[in-house]
Design a binder for this molecule. Structure first.
Ligand code: COA
Length: 445
């Protein structure tokens, strides 16, 4: 129990405990598709995918993986830091749930053999669900200092073979352990959240692929960013100069850049510009350079919906780690595969404790939230950077026809029995073995 949060006699104001992300990591399938190969197969100029949309590769899940197995796999490296007496909740944010009723958190809870004395729930609001889960976790720990909450944001983004959204598919899960006195980031109590019922993206329960109004969705994302940013900057009396970096929800890496540019080009008369305080040239360069760091993993994994913002946060921290802390004998420190853009010729300076990172979360439908987190001393030693880059570099590249076969062999959205493939299981610690009589059977391998 924190001694900073005890009730004190009289009217002495309480100091809230520092609460935030103690550990953060991700999992993604061990197969990927090159976006150049996909573009050529679809008769499209590869530059549209790699530059216009900003995706180089896409994670492709074998049919033994779903949000349960990916979520459990993401949480596995956190197990040594979970205290079964302190863990009080497991919250899964997802929009690719495997059941309309039962929480995926229960399957994950069993696969990880967690204590029975926890609350397991799933939350949904498109790509915003991970942030909803994180905020619930933060608020719970504020009220119950000493508690730990496991937050998992897991999704498989499916649009369909040959659809315009195909280039923005992806799969993966982010796991975060939330506690007081976190080792990575303190989440500040400054968020601004906005909700508005709009029809930009949705997925009816009877189908596995999403429906989207692409251009409309892009416009809504930018509008919601401008709305929450303006209110946030007014309520917190701050501007872009106060942020070392801003991470965005990344359905594709060009999307956040569009919103960031809109924010930076205030008063420029650009169609989507946000009004706001003047931004210095230094800030502009810094935010654009950091933005590139935050998009490196998403470029190679694609959209993971609820986890995308947090994959961007991990990428930001890991690329800072690779530049500044990595032992040069480790192959993971080789940044030659990183894609740098003309947007950011600047090499970012090392991140420092106390610096503030802005986070913009957007879930279609739509809910948007802007909040900040502050780096705590020693955060680099709590990262999993080398494991992350090794996971990505060890994946198997698929041909377009292998990808299409895997896409079309996914577990069905119908009552028929299903047995998953034995192929591409290397590295997977949990699998969906089968669906029999409409019940899913998972196991550790
Ligand atoms: N070289 C470089 N860039 C090119 C190009 C080429 N040969 N051809 C096209 N482009 C650029 C376009 O100019 C455009 O850039 P801009 O957006 O900066 O103007 C970009 O590539 C996309 O082209 P566009 O014609 O808009 O693509 P599209 O109509 O096929 O749409 C998606 C593709 C992915 C953008 C769209 O389907 C989409 O937004 N889907 C997902 C929606 C979503 O995820 N919603 C949830 C939001 S959270």
């Amino acid at each position: 129990m924190s001694n900073t949060s005890q009730n004190t006699p009289g009217n002495t104001p309480q100091i809230p405990p520092k609460v935030g992300i103690d550990r953060i990591t991700f999992a993604t399938p061990n197969c990927y598709l090159s976006m150049k190969d996909l573009a050529i197969a679809r008769g499209i100029d590869p530059n549209k995918f790699t530059i216009g949309i900003g995706q180089s590769q896409q994670a492709v899940p074998p049919n033994h993986q779903d949000i349960v197995t990916l979520g459990a796999q993401a949480a596995l490296p956190l197990m040594p830091y979970i205290d079964s007496n302190r863990l009080k909740m497991v919250i899964v944010g997802t929009e690719s749930g495997v059941d309309a009723s039962k929480s995926s958190a229960l399957y994950i809870h069993k696969l990880l053999n967690l204590s029975a004395w926890v609350r397991c729930v799933e939350v949904k609001e498109a790509c915003y669900g991970g942030t909803a889960a994180l905020m619930m976790a933060r608020d719970y720990v504020l009220v119950h200092p000493g508690a730990q909450v496991l937050v998992i944001a897991a999704d498989i983004a499916r649009y369909g073979v040959g659809t315009p959204g195909e280039v923005t598919q992806g799969a993966g899960a982010v796991a975060m352990l939330v506690s007081e006195n976190p080792r990575v980031l303190q989440i500040n109590d400054d968020s601004v959240v906005k909700s508005a019922e709009i029809q930009d993206f949705w997925r009816p329960v009877y189908q596995s692929t999403a429906l989207a109004r692409g251009k409309f969705s892009t416009e809504q994302y930018i509008r919601m960013f401008c709305d929450v940013w303006q209110r946030y900057s007014a309520e917190n009396a701050c501007n872009f100069n106060d942020f070392e970096a801003i991470c965005f929800h990344l359905p594709y890496t060009k999307m956040g850049l569009k919103a960031l540019r809109a924010g930076l080009e205030e008063n420029s008369g650009a169609p989507h510009s946000c009004d706001g305080a003047p931004t210095t040239d230094d800030t502009r360069e810094r935010l654009l350079a950091r933005y590139q760091d935050s998009t490196q993993y998403s470029r190679r994994i694609g959209n993971i919906y609820t986890g995308s913002l947090y994959l961007g946060l991990i990428s930001l921290l890991d690329y800072d780690y690779f530049r500044n802390s990595c032992d040069s004998s480790e192959s993971a420190c080789d940044l030659s595969s990183a894609t740098h853009s003309n947007e950011s010729p600047t090499r970012p300076s090392p991140l420092l404790p106390g610096q503030k990172i802005g986070l913009f979360s957007y879930g279609s439908g739509a809910v948007a939230e802007f909040f900040s987190a502050t780096l705590v001393p020693g955060w680099r030693s709590a990262l999993f950077s080398n494991q992350h880059i090794k996971t990505l570099n060890n994946r198997t590249q698929l041909t377009v026809s292998q990808y299409e076969e895997m896409f079309n062999s996914a577990a069905p959205y119908s009552p028929q029995d299903f047995v998953s493939s034995q192929k591409n299981r290397s590295g997977a610690r949990f699998v969906l073995d089968s669906i029999k009589s409409q019940e899913r059977n998972y196991r550790s391998i």
